[in-house]
Design a protein around this ligand. Structure first.
Ligand SMILES: [Zn+2]
Length: 100
C-alpha cells in the first residue's frame, strides 16, 4: 500500500459534507479548486457554474457556495441534493476509472 492509498477524511468546502478519500485524490481535487476540497456533487456543480458564467474556478466556487447556503435553508432542495448525492455515489466507481 503506497501513501496514496491512505484514506483521510476530507470535508467539502461548499456543503460541509465529508468523504473518506485517498490522499492522492484529495490533493488532486485541491489542486483543481484553488486549494479547497469539494465533494463530487459540488465539483460537478462548480464545473457547471464555470461553463454557464464563463468564470474561473475560484469565482465559480464562491457562486456555488452561496447557492448551497441558500439551498440548505430550503428542506426540499436539501432532500433533492441528498438523493442526487446517493445516485452519484453509486456511479462513482465507474467515474473514478475514467479520471486522470
Ligand atoms: Zn459539497
Amino acid at each position: 500500500m503506497g501513501s496514496n492509498e491512505v484514506l483521510k477524511r476530507a470535508e467539502c468546502g461548499c456543503c460541509g459534507m465529508w468523504e473518506e478519500c485517498t490522499l492522492g485524490y484529495i490533493r488532486w481535487v485541491k489542486q483543481r479548486f484553488a486549494g479547497t476540497w469539494v465533494c463530487g456533487l459540488c465539483e460537478e456543480a462548480i464545473k457547471d457554474e464555470q461553463a454557464r458564467l464563463g468564470v474561473g474556478v475560484e469565482a465559480a466556487l464562491r457562486v456555488h457556495a452561496t447557492f448551497v447556503e441558500t439551498a440548505n435553508a430550503d428542506p426540499a432542495i436539501a432532500i433533492a441534493r441528498s438523493i442526487l448525492l446517493l445516485l452519484k455515489k453509486k456511479s462513482r466507481r465507474s467515474n473514478l476509472v475514467r479520471r486522470p
